[in-house]
Design a binder for this molecule. Structure first.
Ligand code: ACO
Length: 319
């Protein structure tokens, strides 16, 4: 029994906000600085009351449409998010209500930018066990809400969005191999270390990051976890048709490709136009490459992510 992707969907709010738009909004930066160091040219930002569950709803509808099924057919809903609408109920339950599904198991996964591969890992186990037949796995984040717009070293990096896949139990492959890891000793290199306590925000409620430490760590583990996944499947990285990495920084992506011996024309890149959408970045990139016809049925696709925690993971699948 395999868990097979039968539908993919993505959603980005509003119009693109360019690097020059950020300068016009008062951020002390430049298109040249951002593009040279990160590859980012634009991102989308959710306005007003638009929340993670709203973005998740649009992406989920598109994934369900692509899978040719109704929300009532889902028996598992997992949302990876770091920016839930509320502390509770979970964004997965809010999404379930908006989709009009009743009865599916629904919960959130919190592994920041590693969230989507974590959620896919979990959903695959449910399907392989035979306990569940059809899962909706979503990555959705509105990171713009937890950015300090006076901190130019972080605020230029992120964007908002959502991506979703429908996973169905199938005799045909399917997810072939998975790997997921964490190292909590490195929790301080990227964190939002504030919380609500006694009705007040205690600590720092915005994203803080040691950019160079994150960069070095990401470059190391992105290739390691992909190799671990290839080993588990008994294939060499050269057998991968498409690598869909977490979209944080083009230099991290290029370095990973080099270490795996993959040319950049096998790598799906959206960081230039999406920025880093955290848990949404991998399914958004997957959606882009499926819809424009690059990723085709039968091809081997490696999804991989790394995020605060530190968490990281990979999923190798036959699309
Ligand atoms: N515009 C202009 N100048 C800036 C900006 C900005 N947006 N941000 C920082 N600077 C300045 C700094 O003030 C500093 O100036 P100084 O030398 O006068 O003090 C200078 O640029 C260099 O700053 P560094 O922080 O050393 O810049 P660095 O070359 O390390 O690049 C960056 C920073 C792009 C964040 C890099 O470290 C990086 O990409 N790290 C990876 C982090 C990442 O991708 N995180 C995403 C979340 S985690 C994840 O998804 C895996």
């Amino acid at each position: 029994m395999y868990a097979r992707i039968t539908g993919v969907g993505g959603y980005l709010p509003g119009s693109p906000v360019s690097n020059d738009d950020l300068v016009r909004r008062g951020v002390a930066t430049s298109d040249e600085w951002i593009a040279t160091r990160t590859g980012i040219r634009a991102r989308h930002l959710a306005e007003g009351a638009c929340a993670s569950s709203d973005l998740a709803l649009e992406a989920s509808r598109r994934a369900l449409e692509a899978a040719g099924m109704a929300a009532s057919g889902l028996d598992l809903i997992i949302v990876a998010t770091t920016t839930p609408d509320f502390i509770f109920p979970s964004t997965a339950c809010l999404l379930q209500g908006k989709l009009g599904n009743a009865g599916a198991m629904a919960f959130d996964v919190q592994a920041v930018c590693g969230g989507f591969v974590y959620a896919l890992n979990v959903a695959e186990k449910f399907i392989r066990s035979g306990s569940h037949k059809t899962a909706l796995v979503v990555g959705a984040d509105v990171f713009s809400r937890i950015l300090d717009w006076r901190d130019r070293a972080t605020c230029v990096l992120f964007g908002d969005g959502a991506g979703a896949v429908v996973l169905t139990a199938s005799d045909a492959p399917g997810i072939i191999a998975t790997a997921a890891r964490a190292d909590g000793s490195r929790h301080g290199i990227l964190a939002v270390a504030g919380q609500v306590c006694g009705g007040q925000v205690c600590g720092d409620p915005f994203v803080r990051m040691d950019g160079q430490a994150v960069f070095k760590f990401a470059v190391r583990v992105m290739s390691e976890i992909a190799l671990e996944c290839c080993d588990a499947a008994g294939i060499s990285p050269s057998a991968i048709d498409w690598l869909v990495p977490h979209q944080a920084n083009i230099r991290i992506i290029e370095s990973t490709a080099k270490k795996l011996g993959l040319s950049m024309d096998k790598i799906v890149v959206t960081v230039d136009r999406h920025g880093n959408t955290s848990a949404a970045s991998i399914p958004l990139a997957l959606d882009a490459a499926v819809r424009d016809g690059r990723i085709r049925r039968g091809q081997k696709v490696m999804l991989e992510g790394v995020g605060a925690g530190v968490t990281w993971g990979a999923v190798l699948l036959q699309y």
